[in-house]
Design a binder for this molecule. Structure first.
Ligand code: ADP
Ligand code: ZN
Ligand code: ZN
Length: 738
């Protein structure tokens, strides 16, 4: 009689446990990492086998067999499965949901794990005969035809559809050429070609610091490296040359970038250097594209994988290096559901794989900065701008007692004018979208409050409406006070639309281009703006933090930061750190080419020690100053933190659940300097989207102390009657205290 076989299956449910099923009567042997289809209650779910056992703690007669084994080999390699298991334990999140986050939707729904054919394009006979010069009147089509004519040079008679999209070819251009009978689509089975020459274009000659950084990276063992270099210091060149070494050793490179940094410009730097297949994983792929990219990486058919946060879960056949660019970026931490840090998981994954990790930034997170000081990471500094560009000069403009025109000082307006007249481009940074943050009645003091949140409605002019940026509630703009009927309604404060308007009026001869979430909603909008800026004529770019990252604007000679003060009195202890990072990132957009840049920063708090340190002594001294404060106030990275959040339509329920949590915690481990509890307290914005939000902070002197508490605490809290009626979550190493 064959031995009893039981699968422990992780299922995408909120329950923090696995479920036992009997193996099916098939010839294929189940293995951890394979997917199974099972009946769960009255649902059909797809789960992942995490363990194979010969016994169960449950009544064997009640165990159901799995409906089907969906894979013949493990979809999730052992290494990735272990990473997910570790993450489930560390973030105290159900393993089934962790795995669901790691696997592309199509595979999660049970589709076969086979590479599908891919759409590609080739020239027709008349396309071969046609010269790009014949298409002068359709520039996009002309460029596309040119591209396809170059395709055969790389050894293939076709170009993959996805590669064309990466090169910023648009669908109308494709359709145009197809309608003219010049190109035709075809379906091909991907077959990675690796021409003999690894490099498409030669590497740059590294400067001494870059060469030194590259030298310090050991490729056959784990090592964390913090590549700390100002914007334009040549970090990307170091990544490229590190990747070259990895590829020469027959291994794969995984590159993670913040969502907002994944621009065609960034991608093209990788594409134009290597003759090797590249897979991109980002949020705008559709399900089948995502699955394909994931499977190509797993099969070792993609040598370079570039993606955003969740790409940290990409399986690789021959992993060789992980690189995180802009490692300080908050988008590497997921802020809802499974609240993981891709940066921290990257470090763990590299350690287990025995491969190097490079974290790159001009403004490293204080966690990584601290790790470098503790010698846990090797610090690789790049202090010079590569390629000869000079660093910008930074000056403060004191806002106190200055007459202001919509938030702009005369000094700033004069400077903008000078730069425009000298044929420079100007970037104006304002970190608020909309026209004004609030509408106020001049007669009675009424404010445009959101009905659902403890927040004000933002005034938008284009189209005109009032909008809550927290719950998305919208209503038409009003012109009369709802309380006293006065018509004296004033817009209070500045938003990007308002700044755009004043600059348009003041500099009517120059284009003013606004970049924020509203102005770039339409496809290609961002692309068109970038294109116009790259043409180089003088113009003003006004925008929010969308402008701070990823893009290079070589002709920008002046960067103006309208208001530096927000971060200095933020309720979040990370406020000053984020302010400093953002300011330097924005400043880094200036003067990247031959022309030196100037940065002007308006502030009411010019004497603030943090601002002074940042501007006169640089980011390292600034980081050091904040680290000292964190140490004194016992905050991360000197303490380890977890945040229990609860929210409910009834404030008292959320509060009561957290109070219960605190009581459980006190019973498990009474407050002690090594383990302290703060709260329950109302969240910084207590009411959001009609729910009242409360939080309980847990602070510990070590990770292990924290986790020893969290495991039993959560198990007991799950049994609490209120826990089923109140939405709650646990956030380990929270990045945002809201
Ligand atoms: P970062 O990634 O740090 O912002 P980049 O790698 O984008 O910096 O480099 C900034 C500019 O300097 C780019 O135009 C790049 O081509 C150029 N550059 C980088 N390294 C070198 C080098 N060693 N020699 C000449 N130019 C370089
Ligand atoms: Zn009024
Ligand atoms: Zn709201």
């Amino acid at each position: 009689m064959p031995a009893l076989e039981i699968y422990a299956v992780a299922l995408p449910t909120p329950l923090r446990r696995t479920f036992d099923y009997l193996a099916p009567q098939t010839v294929t042997q189940g293995l951890p990492g394979m997917r199974v289809a099972v009946n769960f209650g009255n649902q059909k779910l797809v789960g992942v086998i995490v363990d194979i056992k010969d016994h169960s703690d449950f009544d064997l007669n009640k165990l159901k067999p799995v409906e089907a084994l969906l894979d013949s080999t493990p979809l999730i390699p052992e290494e990735l499965l272990q990473l997910c298991q570790w993450a489930a334990r560390y973030y105290h999140h159900p393993l089934g949901e962790v795995l669901a986050a790691a696997i592309p939707v199509a595979l999660r729904q049970g589709e076969t794990a086979e590479l599908s054919t891919e759409k590609a394009w080739q020239l027709t006979e008349s396309g071969n005969a046609c010269s790009p010069d014949d298409l002068k009147r359709a520039r996009k089509q002309q460029a596309l035809l040119q591209l396809l004519k170059e395709g055969p040079l790389s050894g293939q008679p076709y170009v993959l559809h996805k590669d064309l999209l990466l090169q910023d070819v648009n669908r109308p251009a494709l359709k145009g050429l197809q309608d003219k009978g010049l190109i035709e689509p075809l379906e091909i089975t991907p077959d990675p070609i690796r021409p003999e020459a690894l490099l498409k274009s030669p590497p740059l000659q590294l400067n001494e610091e870059q060469a030194n950084a590259l030298d310090q990276i050991e490729f056959d063992q784990y090592g964390g490296h913090l590549l700390y270099g100002t914007t334009g210091s040549g970090k990307t060149e170091v990544y490229l040359q590190a990747i070259e070494k990895v590829l020469r050793a027959g291994r794969q490179a995984l590159v993670l970038i913040p969502e907002i940094g994944l621009t065609p410009q960034t991608l093209s730097r990788f594409q134009s250097r290597f003759n090797r297949p590249l897979a991109v994983l980002h949020s705008s792929l559709n399900d089948s594209e995502r699955k394909q990219a994931w499977l190509l990486a797993a099969a070792g058919d993609a040598d370079i994988i570039i993606g955003t946060r969740s790409a940290i879960f990409t399986p690789m056949k021959h992993p060789g290096i992980v690189i995180l660019d802009e490692e300080h970026d908050p988008s590497f931490k997921q802020q809802e559901g499974f609240r993981y840090s891709a940066r921290d998981l990257a470090a763990l994954r590299c350690q287990r794989l025995g491969i190097p990790l490079i974290l790159g930034s001009a403004t490293p997170s204080l966690e990584s900065f601290h790790n470098a000081q503790q010698q846990r990471y090797r610090l690789l500094p790049l202090t010079q701008r590569a390629g000869g560009a000079r660093p910008p000069t930074i000056e403060l403009i004191d806002l106190k007692r200055q007459p202001l025109q919509e938030g702009l000082t005369q000094a700033l307006l004069d400077s903008i004018e000078q730069h425009l007249l000298a044929s420079g481009q100007v970037l104006v940074f304002i970190n608020r979208r909309g026209f004004a943050p609030t509408l106020m009645c001049h007669d009675c003091g009424w404010l445009s409050q959101c009905q659902h949140c403890d927040a004000r409605l933002t005034v938008h002019q284009n189209p005109a409406h009032l909008h809550c940026h927290h719950c998305d509630y919208q209503r038409p703009l009003i012109h009369q006070c709802p309380t006293c009927n006065s018509r004296e309604l004033h817009c209070v404060g500045q938003g990007s639309e308002r700044t755009e308007t004043i600059l348009q009026n003041r500099f009517a001869d120059f284009p003013v281009l606004r970049v924020d979430r509203d102005s770039t909603r339409q496809k290609n909008a961002m692309h068109n703006i970038i294109e116009q800026v790259n043409r180089g004529a003088p113009c003003i770019l006004v925008g929010t933090q969308m402008l701070a990252k990823g893009h290079h604007f070589p002709n920008v000679t002046l960067v103006a930061i309208i208001d530096a003060d927000g971060g200095l009195f933020s309720t979040d202890f990370r406020g000053p750190e984020r302010m400093g990072q953002l300011m330097l990132q924005v400043a880094g957009r200036a003067g990247r080419a031959e022309r030196p840049g100037t940065v002007l920063i308006q502030s009411h708090l010019c004497e603030h020690p943090m601002l002074q340190t940042l501007l006169h002594q640089g980011y390292s001294a600034f980081a050091q100053l904040i680290l000292q404060e964190r140490q004194v106030s016992m905050l991360p990275p000197y303490r380890y933190m977890a945040l229990l959040r609860a929210e409910s339509k009834r404030s008292e329920n959320a509060h009561a659940l957290l109070l219960a949590a605190r009581q459980i915690a006190e019973r498990l481990s009474p407050s002690h300097p090594d383990l302290q509890y703060l709260g329950p307290l109302p969240a910084p914005m207590e009411r959001r989207n009609q729910r009242f939000r409360h939080q309980l902070q847990l602070h510990a002197s070590s990770r292990s102390r924290l986790h020893q508490l969290l495991t039993p605490l959560i198990a007991q809290l799950e049994q609490h009657p209120l826990s089923r009626r109140t939405r709650w979550s646990i956030d380990v190493d929270p990045q945002d205290m809201a």
